[in-house]
Design a protein around this ligand. Structure first.
Ligand SMILES: [Zn+2]
Ligand SMILES: [Zn+2]
Length: 277
């Protein structure tokens, strides 16, 4: 039987194990967290006690993903930002490993003419000590000059990284739609799969971000909507559920609003996927 582990992006505000409190309340299986404030450079440090408690109380939650800070841009044209970003991403990898996370998810960045080379160099360095932790590059909406709005761009980064085959990919439905993939059309899912096969390979896709989208097709706007309130809607989830490949990949929702609103999104998605709500 087909099965897709789904959950929510949850908060660790106050305490790491808050993630599990929200995980239980929302009926999540997989989870995603920020391990530091995603819009501040100063990173959060955890004590050994906090880490041990987080690992000890994990129970059946999994996979667990850590979403890296939004400030990290390994391909910035500003050298200072690149240096800061490398350091911050190393710390993200360290924290993710310490917490026993399965994945750390990164928006590749961009801006410099040599952005792909810069990103590849930075990832080559960090891959060496990522060990069991898998680094996933996320497809982006393509705002500004950010790289990763299609799979050719992600494949270029993987090719520019030493042992780049060890990298994986996280697929975000809102970002893909904003970048021009009309996921409301069944045919788009076939095109998408073919494109993935010819670039990063299907095996690379390890995690999904299931988000409805506030911006219209090709808007390049990274604005998530609650399911049923954006442009993507039920048709998108139905096509996903009918696809043998995508319907087996775990993922989380990163929709807006309080825990109740997001819990409703999750049960709605499960219902549309044909999993029990
Ligand atoms: Zn995402
Ligand atoms: Zn987004």
């Amino acid at each position: 039987m087909r099965y897709m582990k789904l959950g929510l992006h949850v908060s660790i505000a106050g305490k790491l194990t808050q993630a599990y409190v929200e995980g239980v309340a929302s009926n999540s299986e997989s989870l995603q967290i920020f391990s530091t404030s995603p819009r501040m450079w100063r990173s959060r440090k955890f004590t050994n006690e906090e880490i041990e408690e987080f690992k000890g109380k994990r129970g059946n939650f999994g996979p667990i993903a850590v979403h890296a800070s939004y400030l990290i841009n390994l391909g910035s044209k500003d050298e200072k930002v690149r240096i800061k970003s490398r350091q911050a991403f190393k710390e993200e990898v360290e924290r993710s490993k310490a917490l026993g996370a399965d994945y750390v998810i990164l928006h590749p960045g961009g801006g410099a003419d040599e952005a792909v080379t810069f990103i590849g160099e930075a990832l080559s360095e960090v891959l060496d000590y990522a060990n069991g932790l898998k680094i996933l590059l996320e497809n982006v909406a393509g705002e500004g000059n950010k790289i990763g709005k299609n799979f050719t761009e992600l494949a270029n980064i993987i090719a520019a990284t030493k042992d780049g085959k060890r990298l994986g990919v996280c697929f975000d439905t809102c970002h893909a739609f904003a970048a021009g993939y009309d996921l409301r059309e069944k045919e788009t899912w076939h095109i998408l799969k073919r494109e993935i096969e010819e670039t990063v390979g299907l095996d690379s896709i390890r995690f999904l971000h299931l988000n409805d989208c506030k911006g219209d097709l090709g808007s390049r706007l990274d604005r998530h909507a609650n399911w049923g309130e954006g442009y993507l809607g039920q048709a998108t989830i139905t096509h996903l559920s009918q696809d043998e490949f995508f319907s087996q990949i775990p993922g989380v929702l990163e929709t807006p609003g309080d825990l109740n609103a997001r819990t409703l999104d999750l049960s709605r998605c499960r219902e549309w996927l044909g999993l029990e709500g």
